[in-house]
Design a protein around this ligand. Structure first.
Ligand code: SF4
Length: 58
């Protein structure tokens, strides 16, 4: 499972709130790839919660 953040990210913090093990906010949200597999359901929840659909899960 791969997770990427597009430049549409507005740094709202929702993904970090839902799954801080994977997402953190800098100038835009960044992904901790090492924790993606163990947090797959929360990653999908965060992707659905993103207000600008900036999280792509493949
Ligand atoms: S939820 Fe979406 S817009 Fe908000 S910080 Fe995460 S990637 Fe960016």
């Amino acid at each position: 499972m791969s997770v990427t953040i597009s430049d549409d990210c507005i740094c709202c913090g929702a993904c970090e709130s839902i799954c801080g093990e994977v997402f953190s906010i800098a100038d835009k949200a960044v992904v901790n790839d090492a924790n993606v597999a163990a947090n797959a359901d929360a990653v999908k929840e965060a992707a659905e919660a993103c207000p600008v659909s900036a999280i792509q899960v493949g």
